[in-house]
Write a protein that binds this ligand. Structure first.
Ligand code: B12
Length: 142
């Protein structure tokens, strides 16, 4: 992406949408999250990566300040999955839940868990995450 990004910018194409993404609080796994971020950038999204071990407050502040279309959360540990629900609750408390579509992923995450915590979408891998993101922002599939 370091090579491709300047070329994509040169084309002057408007980003399809903005994604804020991060690995949740307590979790230091970021390989999958980085892959998702790269694939999203390649598909034309502007991506703001909050990194790993991201506190719910940091996600909330990013949504408030950056006004993204999508918020992506990654968790690789069963013990950190609840932080996804905590972040959604923090968004609700801040009155920001309706402003952003929430996507969740990571090896232990399932569609059932996504539904349980009230996220908008789950994707099992980076390629399908792109398709889902395009659908969520109403853009045609690539
Ligand atoms: C690499 C790794 C590490 C590295 C992480 C390095 C890094 N920079 O990420 C290190 C060594 C730091 C590590 C540490 C630990 N790990 Co670890 N780790 C792994 C390992 C081997 C691979 C994970 C990985 O990168 N997979 C490859 C990526 C590409 O796949 P992925 O993350 O699933 O991502 C894909 C999808 O899930 C999806 N996706 C991911 N994120 C998102 C987000 C969104 C929004 C969407 C839509 C999709 C999406 O798209 C991705 C690309 O297709 C797994 C075992 C495994 N086979 O999964 C264990 C594993 C996750 N680790 C485990 C454990 C226990 C730990 C430790 C607690 C070990 C310890 N005792 O210290 C610590 C925890 C540290 C912490 N607080 O987080 C366990 C978790 C068990 C559990 N039930 O929770 C696992 C499953 C190993 C095991 N079998 O026991 N780990």
């Amino acid at each position: 992406m370091a090579v491709l990004k300047p070329l994509l910018t040169e084309t002057g194409a408007e980003p399809i949408g903005k994604l804020v993404i991060g690995t949740v609080k307590g979790d230091l796994h970021d390989i999958g999250k980085n892959l998702v971020a790269m694939m999203m950038e390649g598909a034309g999204f502007q991506v703001v990566d909050l990194g790993l071990d991201t506190q719910p407050e940091k996600f909330v502040n990013a949504v408030r300040e950056l006004n993204p279309d999508l918020l992506g959360m990654s968790a690789l540990l069963t013990t950190t999955m609840p932080a996804m629900g905590d972040t959604i609750n923090a968004l609700i408390e801040a009155g920001l839940r309706d402003r952003v579509k929430v996507m969740v992923g990571g090896a232990p995450v399932t569609q059932g868990f996504c539904d349980e915590i009230g996220a908008d979408a789950y994707s099992p891998d980076a390629a399908s995450a792109v398709d889902t993101a395009l659908e969520l922002v109403g853009a045609p599939k690539k």
